[in-house]
Unconditional design. Structure first.
Length: 82
């Protein structure tokens, strides 16, 4: 079985704007208007390395299969030691 695509909904794309009641971020960019072009989106979804930000490496510690503290700490130490 291959890995499928994942859709992530982000609640606060612009936390700076939420705090200051404005649409623009601290760099004065309106994130509602700065959308990706379709070919840029396709590249990010289909061609870019999915672990470019290292999330896959951290998945086990961020989303443990069991919630016992010893296993969480053990996984954190092993991950940080790599």
């Amino acid at each position: 079985a291959g890995i499928g695509k994942t859709l992530v909904f982000v609640h606060a794309v612009n936390p700076y704007g939420m705090v200051h009641y404005r649409r623009f971020n601290e760099e004065n960019v309106d994130l509602n208007r700065n959308a990706l072009e379709p070919k840029e989106f396709d590249y990010l979804v289909n061609e870019r390395d999915p672990n470019v930000a290292g999330y896959v490496d951290l998945d086990a510690i961020l989303n443990p299969r069991e919630m016992t503290m010893p296993s969480l700490l053990y996984n954190a130490v092993i991950l940080l030691a790599r």
